[in-house]
Write a protein that binds this ligand. Structure first.
Ligand code: NAP
Length: 171
């Protein structure tokens, strides 16, 4: 099972600003978000990100698996393909594999990325670098005591100002 992180970041590595408005994201990022969600049919996110996207902007309208990390597993999801879970990353991946998924994409936010990276379960990182600097905001990864080497597998210029970096995470 391949686990991929797909995120937009500022040029200084923040994934959100203090205003918490997505007005800095390019249409190319949004298209990539839709494309990778459709391809994998398995999307993992934290409850804060879910609250932000639900109900109108969730990536899969029907079918597939939308896994949302939360301690409030009794909450009512906004659509039938949403699963609220507090299971471990290992168990979540095993459950997705048992459903026949061969890859899954993690779409944020920081806490959720932390959880999976810390568990050593992420294989690839796709970063869309938008042309902004945020003095304050959430980092891609919090202050975790970890260090991973990356291999750059692809670079794409998505528009005049936005690049996409595709990394593989070395074992
Ligand atoms: N730039 C991008 O591409 C991008 C993409 C997505 C999001 N974002 C930004 O990221 C921000 C949200 O990030 P975030 O770090 O605050 O939140 P998050 O990861 O989206 O969600 C955090 C919540 O998820 C639940 N959670 C996380 N880890 C868990 C675990 N191991 N077990 C059980 N529940 C767990 C908890 O929910 P409960 O409190 O319900 O237990 C926690 O409060 C937003 O500002 C959003 O705009 C940016």
């Amino acid at each position: 099972m391949k686990i991929i992180i797909y995120l937009a970041a500022s040029a200084n590595g923040k994934i959100s600003n203090n205003r918490n408005e997505p007005d800095w994201l390019s249409p190319e990022f949004s298209q990539g978000f839709a494309d990778i969600s459709q391809r994998t049919q398995a999307v993992i996110m934290g409850k804060t990100t879910y609250n932000f996207l639900s109900p109108d902007y969730l990536p899969l309208k029907e079918g597939g698996s939308l896994v949302v990390l939360t301690h409030d597993t009794k909450a009512t999801p906004s659509q039938s393909n949403v699963l609220f879970t507090s299971d471990s990353p290992e168990k979540i991946i095993a459950q997705l594999a048992a459903k026949g998924h061969t890859e899954a994409v993690i779409i944020g936010g920081t806490q959720t990325v932390n959880t999976f990276v810390k568990a050593g379960l992420v294989n690839e990182l796709i970063l869309v670098i938008e042309p902004v600097l945020f003095g304050k905001g959430l980092p891609l990864i919090d202050e975790l005591d970890l260090e991973y080497k990356l291999l750059l597998s692809d670079v794409k210029k998505l528009n005049n100002n936005t690049v996409q970096l595709h990394y593989k995470i070395k074992d």
